[in-house]
Design a protein around this ligand. Structure first.
Ligand SMILES: Cc1cc2nc3c(=O)[nH]c(=O)nc-3n(C[C@H](O)[C@H](O)[C@H](O)COP(=O)(O)OP(=O)(O)OC[C@H]3O[C@@H](n4cnc5c(N)ncnc54)[C@H](O)[C@@H]3O)c2cc1C
Length: 506
């Protein structure tokens, strides 16, 4: 059979994954990526000798015991990498020296919570029971076959296999972490619990998702890759190029070319056209459907998702480089969260607590003896969109945010202000510009139980030879999901072309 060609829009993890599996299966693939580097939101940027990491906190599948490990192996993402398995998720500090540490070890977490709030034994027992149940339950989707290719019998078998998880979903999927925190009598735990499990997003974030995170961390299946997010993406880019794939940077796709309701290629923003037998969009869903395809291939279900979107909020992301080792701070997945004497105001919203991620466990991100820090706030897209029309005010706002953040950190770490060597503020406008993601949302659809259960189609009604992949068709997002989405879409294409789907490892 003559080699078919696939054009892939977007070189994030899903696009790179689709490219790798396409190459493994005998397709000739070309990726068109608007940015000048791979990875999409799985990225990092350098400032004054420091690296500001834009993504990985925990990566499910860093342990061979987890099924996703196989995908990372096939994509060449993990071999040779140093993995750090943190024993803490986060420490939430209160006034008067109280600290609630979310330990990855569930036994230790239980003991610690009961020491902090003995009066809440029952609530803690229920919480720990849920977390433990998750460690014993199969919580990851099987990776063998794309769900779209399941026959009725296989579907039933999957349901049966996932039954214990579905039971947990029924029990814990509708309780938000904020609702659960209200069950604590202990005033510190009431506050610290929601700050530790979801923060600003605790209202609406199902507790089940926190159980899942704890279960992965507990089993050491979700580590951090030293070198950070861009190095991780570059490893997959290397694998893609070694498989013979072609990647074009600074190549924004403006339109998907369609003839007789078949996708036949893409037109870039510079007007050049590129033809292919199949087109996959691994880019932002709204842009793909409504701009690249002019909203011509859509039905009510798809329109419904985009009409009243429930998205991950965009971020204000403050990177700092500090001449200090933070050797006395125990490393953790998400750092510390502490109360502020003076609130930090971002986009008109007052924040009375602030989290700081201390990368003292990754020496590659800072010069020797120094440390990269990151502070992030969920924010309001429309505020930033409006402000960005006035560049002077926009820049001034970023500066005053950096000032507030440094002052707040100086309160927690006296002397820090004088040690700051680098400060960088990214806003939703930055995310939008460099990744094209709708309203700056960094992870697509917000994971409620309803959205997580929604199957979003990888094809559009009435359009042939066209597929979508990545976080905009996989509610909840995340790196393993993006990689699996690229793998699954290739399986679907192979099935249509009557080819056996094959995978290789480097
Ligand atoms: C701060 C942060 C922390 C995170 N932490 C974690 C974590 O700890 N663990 C985890 O698993 N996940 C995490 N995630 C989520 C995870 O990174 C994403 O869900 C995943 O990387 C999405 O991959 P994707 O390929 O689907 O989309 P994207 O990364 O958005 O890729 C889409 C690509 O398409 C390109 N593109 C867009 N429009 C065009 C166009 N017109 N033409 C050409 N190219 C285009 C973009 O530039 C981009 O490269 C985090 C994300 C962020 C931002």
């Amino acid at each position: 059979m003559a080699e078919k060609s696939i054009i892939i829009i977007g070189g994030g993890i899903a696009g790179l994954s689709a490219g790798c599996y396409g190459q493994m299966n005998g397709y000739r693939t070309s990726i068109f990526e608007l940015h000048d580097k791979p990875g999409g939101v799985c990225t990092a940027w350098k400032r004054k000798g420091y690296t500001i990491d834009g993504c990985i906190h925990w990566l499910v599948g860093t342990n061979p015991a987890n099924d996703f490990y196989r995908i990372w192996e096939e994509l060449g993402a993990l071999p040779g990498q140093t993995i750090v398995d943190h024993d803490r998720f986060l420490s939430v500090e209160g006034k008067g020296g109280k600290v609630f540490t979310v330990y990855a070890d569930i036994d230790r977490l239980e003991q610690h919570m009961k020491e902090l709030a003995p009066e809440d034994k029952k609530v803690i027992d229920a919480f720990i029971k849920g977390a433990r149940a998750c460690t014993r339950t199969s919580i990851d989707m099987p990776i063998g076959k794309a769900p779209e290719l399941y026959g009725p019998i296989e579907g039933l078998k999957l349901m049966f296999k996932m039954m214990p998880f579905l039971r947990l979903m029924r029990k814990w999927g509708k309780t938000s972490t904020l609702d659960f925190s209200r069950r604590f009598k202990n005033p510190f735990m009431r506050q610290a619990f929601s700050a530790g499990f979801g923060g600003d997003l605790a209202d609406g974030m199902p507790l089940l998702f926190m159980f899942m995170t704890l279960a992965w961390l507990n089993k050491k299946e979700a580590g951090y890759t030293i070198g950070g997010s861009l190095e991780f993406s570059r490893a997959i880019e290397r694998r893609y190029l070694a498989l013979g794939g072609e990647i074009n940077y600074k190549s924004a796709v403006a339109k998907i070319l369609v003839e007789n309701d078949k996708a036949v290629g893409v037109r870039l923003a510079d007007g050049t056209e590129h033809r292919g037998d199949i087109v996959i969009s691994a880019a932002d869903g709204r842009t793909t459907i409504f701009d690249m395809l002019d909203g011509k291939y859509i039905d009510d279900k798809i329109r419904g998702y985009y009409h009243q979107p429930h998205l991950f909020p965009p971020l204000v992301y403050v990177g700092l480089g500090v001449k200090r080792s933070f050797a006395d701070m125990p490393p953790s997945v998400a750092g510390i969260n502490f109360p502020l004497d003076k609130p930090v105001t971002i986009a008109g919203k007052k924040h009375r607590r602030m989290g700081v991620h201390i990368y003292n466990f990754d020496p590659s991100l800072a010069p020797k003896g120094k440390t990269a820090l990151k502070v992030q706030f969920n924010t309001d897209y429309d505020y930033w969109k409006k402000l960005s029309q006035d560049l002077k005010r926009y820049k001034a706002e970023k500066e005053q945010i950096a000032d507030q953040v440094v002052a707040a950190l100086d309160q927690r770490f006296p002397g820090l202000a004088a040690q700051v060597e680098m400060r960088d503020v990214a806003t939703p406008m930055t995310w939008e510009r460099v990744t094209g993601n709708w309203r700056g949302s960094y992870e697509g659809w917000f994971p409620t139980i309803e959205s997580a259960m929604k199957s979003m189609s990888k094809i559009l009604p009435g359009l042939d030879n066209f597929y979508m992949t990545g976080q905009w068709v996989e509610p909840g997002g995340g790196l393993p999901t993006a990689a699996m989405s690229g793998r699954n879409v290739t399986q679907i294409i192979c099935k249509k072309d009557k080819r056996a789907f094959v995978t290789t490892t480097p």
